[in-house]
Design a binder for this molecule. Structure first.
Ligand SMILES: [Zn+2]
Length: 109
């Protein structure tokens, strides 16, 4: 007799079952009232052209034409710049929070 609430053991016959899904396997959707940029190879919709360029480079990188390859490189550079900016802002917020709490403790404790 088995307990149906007990966690099941991973299937040892499927070694790939623990592998993360491909980075492009995330479901995408665009609201019906917005213009969708559709991938001409797989039909996935994207809300913005840079997202489509990133998708093309990640999912169909082997068969890009030079213009698509250039758009992918530009979108990748923009994405990296956005991530760098986010990291700096997040670090600044953490420093402000840390010292804000430290000074509040020093004043009120
Ligand atoms: Zn595609």
């Amino acid at each position: 007799m088995t307990d149906s609430t007990a966690p099941t053991a991973p299937d040892s016959t499927a070694p790939d079952s623990i592998a993360p899904p491909p980075r492009t396997a995330v479901e995408t959707s665009v609201p019906p009232d917005r213009e969708a940029h559709r991938c001409e190879r797989c039909g996935r919709p994207f809300a913005a052209a840079p997202a489509l360029a990133l998708h093309r480079g990640l999912a169909h990188g082997d068969d890009l034409d030079p213009a698509e390859r250039e758009a992918y490189a530009a979108a990748l550079d923009d994405e990296r710049a956005d991530l760098r900016r986010f990291r700096i802002v997040a670090l600044g917020a953490l420093v402000l929070l840390y010292f804000g709490l430290l000074f509040a403790y020093a004043v009120f404790a």
